[in-house]
Write a protein that binds this ligand. Sequence first.
Ligand code: ZN
Length: 252
Amino acid sequence: MVTVSTPLGNAQLVRYARQILLEEVGESGQARLLAAKVLVVGAGGLGVPVASYLGAAGIGMLGLADSDLVDRTNLPRQVIYSELDIGYSKVQRLEARILDNNPEVQIMTHPRLTPENASAVIEAYDWIVDGSDNFQTRYLLNAICARQKKTLISGALSRFTGQLAVFRPGDACYQCLVARLPNRDATQGCVEGGILGPMAGLLGCWQALETLKQILALSSRLQEELLLFDALNNSSHRIRMRKDQACPVCGE
Ligand SMILES: [Zn+2]
């Protein structure tokens, strides 16, 4: 009789039982998640749901990068933080909550990514999830991910609309998609534009799910497509992204 060995321990088989049940995951998929190293950039509206769900799903090594402190205006959408967390480091509070849920995740905390530190931080991870709220960080992550051949899972929100895109090495990159910094009206973040909390939860969960699909290499994962959704009108659609051969980041 041939016994099939599993890389998972008994406690892991119990903890992850419901996701292992999915034929898209199985024990081998769970082992892939446990071996994955994912950096979550931003511990705000998107970063909180992304990191919480990735930690709970059993991502082996999770990086959290942000220098912000919890502010009272964050609480309606960054729901794992409490009144008692106001004034304290977001990444430290987020790390503690993730470990409460799943103590076997290895968590590394980093300050906000800048042109000076980003390259060294990103080097330690295989998958980069962008939950930042500004174009400077998006361009920075894109350039470094293209150079280091890392997959970037990008999310952005504006009022009731959200967008999700995956930039894999060799495919169209963020710079191909957004060649120039958009004008101010199109770049309103939640500070100027306003936002309802579930919008951040919705897009952050979608981003976490897409990250799991990428790690599991499911054929239905986003590939050179931009997913747009409009929550006010309950609609979503995908558009194909085209590589710009003259792109200064990924072009010839
Ligand atoms: Zn490009």
